[in-house]
Design a protein around this ligand. Structure first.
Ligand SMILES: Nc1nc2c(ncn2[C@@H]2O[C@H](COP(=O)(O)OP(=O)(O)OP(=O)(O)O)[C@@H](O)[C@H]2O)c(=O)[nH]1
Ligand SMILES: [Mg+2]
Length: 416
């Protein structure tokens, strides 16, 4: 009897112990998961899958750039290890931007190009001044003019931008430009009344890769005056693109002003309806048409999220722009007139072209290239940046963090 009673007590104690351990496990699990950051990495299909914070919004404080930078995976070629590929550093620039251009050149030469010696190509809509030619040529490691090419050169020699590629096309109506420019100004669209800005955006969207100076070249790295490069890059980025079957490299993703592109998406859908066969099976339509992260932008831009690759930095394959789907797309947009009646930028046009007609896995985030074009940064956490920029900083402008839409690309495409 006593034995039976003591058995009962043991069983009771055992059951209580079991219950309390169970409760303890549940408690621990819940408190651990509540402490886990909302952002976590899951590897799927060779890509690191990104889950955005549940609150949405910018990456401030949880930027992947805060993690130690490892550089891209795969074989990277250092200086002298491999022949240069068919590529150029490219800048459309004005004579009066000389000082800013010299500064951009100094940064890119110091962090990267003095190791690889890719040539610079400068393009202008008027002849480059003698001073521009002399001073920029001295900035490249190879100081011969052959290492920097100027189109057109001083006195107008060399290849010029074909007139029809730069001038306002004949089918554009001047009165309509005037009317729409008033509306754009009312909506505070930057550079709305600056005719040359519209021309520049059109040329960068669909003309630059046909410039005679570039006809035998495949890869370009677009560089603007007054940009900064902060971190040492020790591999040939063009060879990286070519060897890893990439088409396009970017550093920053931001939202566009929806007032500048109200009819860009409707025109795009019209084109797609005519050419459904151009849509790539692994496209980034979800990214382009996302409406959950900044619904008011999507609404104003009539279905386009306005998120785009910021095109003052581009490392790209010109053969993609020269391909039939993109060429036909540009032609459609050009006929529609939005480069002048609105202020379609080359950034959204390139981004939509890539998002629809390219395999999204061929688009690469150059997270390791420290970069700034006012007011945004891409700054990784790496000793190669030598503390020249603050890791994870996105902007030095106030109230601009909400313009950051990198999380959209990471979530709906990939992070590498
Ligand atoms: N030759 C030439 N280059 C131009 C002209 N307009 C713009 N560019 C160049 O085109 C690129 C883009 O122009 P930006 O004025 O920087 O345009 P943005 O980056 O949108 O504007 P910011 O924020 O002011 O830099 C730069 O490399 C300019 O030097 C032009 O009329 N002629
Ligand atoms: Mg600029």
């Amino acid at each position: 009897m006593v034995l039976l009673q003591s058995h009962g007590v043991v069983r009771l104690i055992f059951a209580l112990l079991l219950l309390s351990s169970f409760l303890l496990i549940i408690y621990n699990f819940r408190s651990i998961s509540s402490r886990l950051p909302d952002l976590d990495d899951v590897v799927s299909g060779g890509h690191t899958k990104f889950r955005r914070p549940k609150t949405g919004g910018s990456l401030k404080g949880i930027d992947p750039l805060l993690e130690p930078e490892k550089g891209p995976s795969g074989k990277l070629y250092g200086p002298g290890e491999v022949n240069r590929t068919s590529a150029t550093i490219l800048s459309l620039v004005r004579n009066d931007e000389l000082e800013g251009m010299l500064q951009s050149m100094r940064d890119l030469e110091a962090t990267w190009n003095h190791k690889f010696n890719y040539p610079w190509t400068f393009i202008n809509d008027e002849p480059f001044s003698k001073e521009f030619i002399e001073r920029t040529s001295k900035e490249a490691k190879y100081t011969s003019y052959g290492w920097c090419s100027f189109f057109p050169g001083a006195g107008g020699g060399g290849e010029v931008i074909p007139k029809e590629d730069w001038e306002v096309p004949s089918w554009i109506n001047e009165d309509l430009i005037q009317e729409s420019s008033d509306l754009l100004t009312e909506n505070k669209v930057q550079y709305a009344t600056m005719r040359s800005y519209h021309q520049m955006c059109r040329w960068n969207s669909g003309k630059f890769y046909h410039h005679p100076a570039l006809k035998d070249i495949r890869w370009y790295w677009r560089v603007e005056p007054k940009v900064h490069f902060f971190c040492d890059i020790d591999y040939d980025v063009f060879r990286y693109m070519e060897d890893n079957d990439k088409l396009y490299g970017f550093v920053i993703n931001i939202y566009d002003s929806p007032d500048s592109i109200e009819t860009l998406w409707p025109q795009t859908l019209e084109f797609l309806a005519e050419h459904p066969e151009y849509l790539h099976p692994n496209n980034a339509m979800d990214w382009l048409s996302d409406s959950k992260n900044r619904p008011e932008h999507n609404h104003k831009a009539n279905g386009y999220s306005t998120c785009h690759f910021w095109s003052n930095f581009e490392i790209g394959d010109m053969n993609f722009w020269r391909s039939k789907p993109y060429e036909d797309y540009f032609e459609h947009l050009d006929r529609a007139g939005g480069f002048f009646y609105e202020r379609w930028g080359d950034a959204p046009v390139h981004s939509i072209g890539l998002g629809l007609f390219a395999d999204k896995d061929k688009i690469h985030w150059f997270r390791d290239i420290g970069y700034q074009h006012i007011p945004y940064f891409n700054c990784p956490s790496s000793p190669k940046c030598k503390q020249r920029c603050q890791a994870g900083r996105f902007t030095d402008g106030t109230g601009l963090d909400e313009e950051d839409c990198r999380a959209n690309w990471f979530e709906m495409a990939h992070m590498d």
